[in-house]
Design a protein around this ligand. Structure first.
Ligand SMILES: Nc1ncnc2c1ncn2[C@@H]1O[C@H](COP(=O)(O)OP(=O)(O)OP(=O)(O)O)[C@@H](O)[C@H]1O
Ligand SMILES: [Mg+2]
Length: 509
């Protein structure tokens, strides 16, 4: 049995023991090991950005022990299979280890159990990760659904009395026309009517945001949506910053008014919350729209808050990531935004402003581009009979591509690159592999490297999908490997072209 390269963190001071353990492990897995000896080395390995698949620690080390090492892993909230190996039987230690949550405890001279135990724990960890993902999704949709329902029913209830109020005011105003009533009284009635009109607009906006049947995607007037979001967010904004609009000449975009409204409301409230109260004239929230290319439109929300540290640019989009106090933020806003935008075929991200503040950008397809790229026969026809693997941690993206490729094409969609490696190791072959560049555990480039070692023929069939923002590293990776890359939102013409050029029937199928 040979399985995908495991990123192993080995905490062991004795080189000979390390070699023995690796020999044993390599009988079942291909391993990419890193060895550390001290608490400091362990700390930097854990915070260095690598996603470890497995940690194995010697129990007795010169500067600390396996249990202390495990505590470090736990403190970081990492859910990674952790094994302790020990030179001798010490029942107390073994019991303490298992009680503290260590996944297994093995003796160095009896490593026969190692491979099945590792396989079992990897499986369990994958299941736990999957469960966490499902739970998050459930929470997100719960929150959306209940907010929408509440808002819709409140709006509905207010609407009826409001309608009669407005009619009565009109009636009163028309019936006093010509009569001698003090001007003040007439003015008060007119003001009341204006207020009622404003309330009506707010109610209309709330309904726009919560109409659950309104999620069909179609040509959408972005400026109308933005104006409406700005009105809704006004209470958060007016005591913190000036508001400015810099709207370009843009065509309708492909989206849903209600969902886009939700997205921009979140982004504008975030921008307002990033700015302290009271210095209105020193601060600004600016909304910019531009046509970016023939197929896409870009919206930017600029603020003059403190900005987002570069190392958090991706993390802030994770569910429950928040820097706000309990009761203020749930940390769901941006993850919901990203999910909604991705479902519309767009992308969203953050950049720092030169000087200060942050810029949240949203890229959307123009309605026209979406129509010409809609489940076109060409893509479906070209994909017919192909065996395609999609790897993307954003499940809706994979689902959307799957839908577009049609039923004649066999699509396997996975959220994690490790699962793809396991599948290919077990003998599956694909005609085309569409792989996201940025994924939390194993990135696109890391997957490319691992697959290159495992099965170079399959590695050549990878096409990367990218959200647009390229790091230096990603750019040089693409230059170096000459791998093809297609931008999200995915241009169907390009995808069709790409599938057309795929050599049919990968060997081994
Ligand atoms: N405009 C911004 N400027 C600076 N930091 C921001 C900005 N927008 C978001 N953030 C950071 O991103 C984090 C996550 O934002 P997100 O909208 O997902 O959750 P939240 O605002 O904390 O809570 P919620 O939206 O659920 O009320 C915020 O806590 C904040 O640290
Ligand atoms: Mg928020």
């Amino acid at each position: 049995m040979k399985v995908a390269p495991l990123r192993l963190l080995l905490i062991e001071d004795d080189e000979e023991d390390a070699a023995l353990l690796l020999d044993e492990l390599q009988r079942g897995f291909s391993v990419n090991p890193t060895r550390v000896e001290t608490p400091e080395e362990l700390a930097s390995a854990l915070s260095g950005g690598t996603t470890w698949d497995l940690v194995i620690a010697d129990y007795l080390l010169p500067l600390f022990n396996g249990l202390e090492a495990f505590a470090q892993v736990q403190q970081r909230g990492l859910d990674v299979p952790f094994f302790i190996v020990s030179g001798k039987i010490d029942e107390e230690v073994a019991v303490a280890a298992m009680k503290s949550g260590v996944h297994d405890f093995l003796l160095k001279d009896r490593l026969g159990r190692l491979i099945p135990a590792v396989a079992r724990e990897l499986r369990e960890a994958a299941l736990r990760a999957e469960r966490r993902g499902i739970q998050e999704q459930l929470l997100l949709s719960d929150r959306l659904a209940s907010l929408g329902l509440l808002a819709a029913s409140v709006a509905h209830e207010i609407n009826n009395p409001l309608a009669s109020l407005m009619m009565d005011l009109e009636f009163a105003l028309s019936s006093i026309r010509g009569e001698t009533i003090p001007d003040e009284g007439v003015q008060a009635l007119r003001d009341s009517r204006d207020c009622a009109v404003r309330i009506r607009d707010i109610i209309r906006d709330i309904k726009l945001f919560s109409r659950s049947d309104e999620h069909r995607l179609g040509p959408t007037d972005l400026h109308r949506v933005l104006d409406s979001s700005l009105r809704m967010a006004w209470n958060h904004v007016f005591h913190r910053a000036r508001l400015s609009k810099d709207y370009g000449d843009i065509p309708p975009v492909h989206g849903s008014e209600a969902r886009l409204g939700q997205v921009f409301l979140n982004l504008i409230i975030n921008a307002a919350q990033a700015i302290p109260d009271g210095r209105v004239h020193e601060n600004e929230i600016r909304v910019v729209t531009r046509r970016e290319s023939a197929e896409s439109v870009r919206v930017e929300i600029h603020d003059t808050g403190p900005g987002v540290p570069v190392e958090l640019h991706e993390r802030i989009f994770e569910p429950f990531f928040t820097t706000k106090p309990v009761g203020v933020g749930t940390g769901l806003g941006l993850s919901i935004c990203r999910r909604l935008i991705v479902e519309m075929g767009g992308s969203v991200g953050v950049e720092n402003h030169e000087g200060r503040g942050s810029v949240f950008w949203v890229r959307l397809r123009t309605a026209e581009a979406a129509v010409s790229a809609a489940p076109g026969e060409s893509v479906e026809q070209l994909a017919r009979g192909l065996n395609v693997l999609i790897i993307d941690d954003e499940v809706p993206v994979a689902r959307a591509i799957k839908r577009l490729l049609g039923e004649q094409c066999e699509v396997t969609a996975l959220a994690r690159a490790q699962e793809a490696l396991r599948l290919i190791t077990s003998g599956r072959r694909f005609d085309a592999i569409l792989c996201d560049m940025l994924m939390p555990e194993m990135s696109g480039p890391q997957f490319h490297e691992a697959l290159g070692q495992l099965d170079p023929e399959q590695a050549q069939r990878i096409t990367f999908m990218s959200g647009g923002a390229f790091s230096e590293e990603a750019r040089s990776f693409l230059d170096r490997t000459q791998a093809s890359c297609i931008e999200k939102p995915i241009d169907m013409q390009r995808l069709a072209h790409l599938l057309d050029s795929v050599p049919r029937k990968a060997p081994g199928n």
